[in-house]
Design a protein around this ligand. Structure first.
Ligand SMILES: [Zn+2]
Ligand SMILES: [Zn+2]
Length: 254
């Protein structure tokens, strides 16, 4: 086990930063043999992060980093730039959670898939992903194929074909892709991204990090045995973590 760089302390707004709460995450990370943990909040909660508290809990056993998971929406770039200049960030995840205002991963809006053209939805989603990558503001691509979470699949092209142009943009911009285990807990029951996409990432030489998308201490590094093994089988032998928005390598262990 190497790094979990997608851990939400505030979750969906229900928790607060306190030493006791934060320590529960760090303890769980140590139990699960994590070497580096990246605490990240959705950008809407950025003013509730206790950056100094995070800094005070840094120790030699576990590298503790802090970041933001920022919603990419076209036209939001200037707001994002301003946000990035305001906080002591070790890393920034860029994520697409909205297609034309539709929060497709929110359970309350899931039924909109029933009447949608799934190929159109995949096309729109990966086009937004591509814009997110090309804007150059982020370090890590969050849950690359999140659009599959409820189990809908395209028919005209497969997911890898939709994702391929984005992988080439990632190669050109030097971003890192997270292997996110949260999909295993979702109806699709698969990590993000899928194995065929990870295989292509490996062929392209794209660096990866790992994330559980934990919204509770118990979820830190959840299903990491599965995702580490999958990465290993594909050929990866190291992952990266970040400090001050610069990467450093960690060995992948299974
Ligand atoms: Zn997300
Ligand atoms: Zn997240």
């Amino acid at each position: 086990m190497s790094a979990d760089y997608h851990v939400h302390v505030i979750a969906h707004g229900e928790y607060q930063y306190s030493e006791e709460w934060l320590n529960r995450y760090l303890e769980r990370a140590k139990q699960r043999r994590i070497r580096a943990i990246g605490l990240v909040e959705h950008d809407e909660y950025r003013d509730r992060v206790d950056w100094d508290l995070i800094k005070s809990l840094r120790g030699p056993e576990l590298h503790v980093a802090c970041g933001l998971e920022i919603d990419f929406l076209p036209g939001r770039e200037e707001t994002i730039k301003e946000m990035l200049s305001q906080y002591p960030l070790d890393f920034v995840i860029g994520s697409v959670h909205f297609i034309n205002g539709w929060p497709f991963d929110h359970p309350d809006y899931r039924q909109q898939f029933a009447s949608a053209d799934i190929d159109q939805v995949y096309g729109d989603y990966f086009e937004l992903m591509d814009k997110m990558v090309r804007c150059g503001l982020f370090d890590i691509v969050g849950h690359l194929d999140l659009i599959k979470l409820w189990g809908h699949r395209p028919v005209i092209k497969n997911s890898l074909q939709y994702a391929l142009p984005v992988l080439h943009s990632i190669k050109a911009t030097g971003m890192i892709i997270e292997i996110n285990s949260a999909g295993i807990r979702k109806p699709v029951r698969e990590m993000y991204p899928s194995l065929d996409i990870i295989g292509e990432m490996f062929r392209l030489g794209l660096p990866v990090t790992m994330g559980s998308d934990a919204h509770h201490p118990d979820q830190v590094a959840e299903d990491f045995a599965d995702i580490s093994q999958a990465l290993w089988n594909i050929g990866y032998r190291r992952v990266v973590a970040l400090r001050g928005r610069k990467t450093f390598p960690l060995p992948l262990t299974i």
